[in-house]
Design a protein around this ligand. Structure first.
Ligand code: PGA
Length: 250
């Protein structure tokens, strides 16, 4: 049985004050929840949020990680630095990083390796654009992204990853994929894992992301291969985020 994971991607939002308030609300609302909760604030908010979450079951993650371990890479933050800052997870290859910052598949494979080498759990994001969906190429696109980012890894390393399916057209648009459409791609991701190793397929957690809201969450989580969510907008509101987490836990 895969334990649900509900991850909040706070993106470029929040102040120290609002982040601490959100963290406190999440702690008080998450007791006895049978789902893993994770928040991913901006780099500069990691430390205050880590302190606020200390002793709670809510985990901390980063929204990005460098493909390099150290050296002359101005503006980068390494996996080891993130681990030292208290992160347990790192989001890798979010579509905003791919499209706005031109992150390439090759670089993403290196980021996954860096994260694993610092014992961070990579959350690898994959997903098709609207044009690709209209051409019904979603499964082929996702498979190509998986091959590029994870294809060279040992299956024991892939077993330590989380994969988030986030159709680009659903992110921040209020237009979630239907549970059936999301499930179809999740099943194809699980089949891809099964093609590498039979034992891998049932163990890796697959999250759905893209306009997940409290009222759309339950139907998504009822799908066989959806093990949680990567939540953007709704993760900035504690009661919405907790409602999504409760839907996953029930
Ligand atoms: P959204 O963002 O929930 O606001 O659509 C999801 C994401 O970008 O991870």
């Amino acid at each position: 049985m895969r334990r649900p994971l509900i991850a909040g991607n706070w993106k470029l939002n929040g102040s120290r004050e609002s982040a601490l308030e959100l963290a406190a609300d999440l702690i008080s609302g998450s007791a006895d929840l049978s789902a893993d909760l994770l928040v991913c604030p901006s780099f500069t908010l990691l430390n205050p949020v880590r302190e606020a979450l200390a002793g709670s079951p809510v985990a901390l993650g980063a929204q990005n990680v460098s493909a390099e371990s150290s050296g002359a890479f101005t503006g980068e933050v390494s996996a080891a630095m993130l681990a030292e800052a208290g992160c347990a997870y790192a989001i890798i290859g979010h579509s905003e990083r791919r499209t706005l910052y031109a992150e390439q598949d090759r670089e993403l494979a290196a980021k996954v390796l860096q994260a694993l080498s610092a014992s961070l759990t990579p959350i690898l994001c994959v997903g098709e654009s609207l044009a690709e969906r209209e051409q019904e190429r979603q499964e082929a696109v996702v498979q190509q992204q998986l091959d590029a980012a994870l294809g060279e890894l040992e299956t024991t390393a892939i077993a330590k990853c989380v994969i988030a399916y986030e159709p680009v057209w659903a992110i921040g648009t209020g237009r979630s994929a239907s549970p059936q459409d999301a499930q179809a791609v999740h099943a194809s991701i699980r089949a891809w894992l099964g093609g590498l190793s039979e034992s891998l397929a049932p163990s890796v957690r697959l999250l759905y992301g893209g306009s997940v809201k409290p009222d759309s969450a339950s139907a998504l989580f009822e799908q066989t291969d959806i093990d949680g969510a990567l939540v953007g907008g709704a993760s900035l509101n504690a009661s919405d985020f907790l409602a999504i987490a409760r839907a996953a836990a029930s």
